[in-house]
Design a protein around this ligand. Structure first.
Ligand code: PGA
Length: 255
């Protein structure tokens, strides 16, 4: 297995100062077992968690950024601010941004492009809704989300991008995609990369699965050849996040 497995923890709009202090003690126990690990606290808790995690195996990343330069954008965070704060990676296009905040495919792509220009790594989230799945639109929806980014990037950009495939129907619902469902989509995504970008990118790009991942269901998903890791929401706020990292690392080592 040539791709380094990667697990992210997305805290979303959760956490208190006390929780972050306590959870940092848990996260510090994550050992380097060949899995890259990042967590995305709220912007308010970011610098606190960065200082608590210094010297650990866990990187502190951002949940979102704006595509404009710093300026009069009340409530937004320009990428320059993330860079200045020592952030190296940001999620872009999470389905909660797309579906709830109305972020279009083009806006998500623009944000990702700006992040890459600033030297940030991007975890680019894509995924279909249940209605889209039922209408046999899985590939069409995911490909369109990727295509918006492909149109404004070059091949070399993809080495700084991780794709997180997160079916919307699975996020926060407790309904995890079956390993077969997830593997099928991941394989189609790799085929899309082979056709639209290059065989090299198709082989090298890391694709995480996200949506109700927990310590119980992650082993089977880990054993799927095109699943390179997870983007974890709810379970990243719990000690079982450690188990997810360990199970993924152990499973991939055996493959
Ligand atoms: P969940 O969230 O693990 O709570 O389903 C995943 C995500 O939104 O990244």
């Amino acid at each position: 297995m040539s791709r380094t497995p990667v697990v992210g923890g997305n805290f979303k709009c959760n956490g208190t100062v006390k929780f972050i202090q306590e959870h940092a003690e848990v996260l510090k126990k994550i050992e380097n077992n060949g899995v890259e690990v990042f967590v995305c606290p709220t912007a308010l808790h970011s610098s606190l968690l960065q200082s608590l995690m210094a010297g650990s195996h866990v990187e502190v990343a951002a949940q979102n950024m704006y595509f404009q330069k710093p300026g009069a954008w009340t409530g937004e965070l320009a990428g320059e601010l993330l860079v200045d704060a020592g952030i190296k990676t940001t999620l872009i296009g999470h389905s909660e941004r797309r579906r709830i905040m109305g972020e279009s495919n083009e806006e998500s792509a623009k944000k990702a492009k700006r992040a890459l220009e600033l030297g940030l790594k991007v975890v680019f989230c894509i995924g279909e809704t249940l209605a889209e799945r039922e209408a046999n639109q899985v590939d069409a929806v995911n490909f369109a989300q990727l295509e918006a980014l492909r149109l404004i990037t070059v091949e070399a950009d993809w080495k700084n991008i991780v794709v997180a495939y997160e079916p919307v129907w699975s996020i926060g619902t407790g309904v995890v995609a079956s390993p077969a469902q997830a593997q099928t989509v991941h394989e189609s995504l790799r085929k899309w990369f082979a056709e639209k970008v290059s065989a090299k990118v198709a082989q090298e790009i890391r694709i995480q699965y996200g949506g109700s991942v927990n310590a119980k269901n992650c082993a089977e998903l880990s054993s799927c050849k095109d699943i390179d890791g997870f983007l974890v929401g709810g379970a990243s706020l719990k000690p079982e996040f450690l188990d997810i990292v360990k199970i993924l690392g152990d499973t991939k080592k055996k493959m």
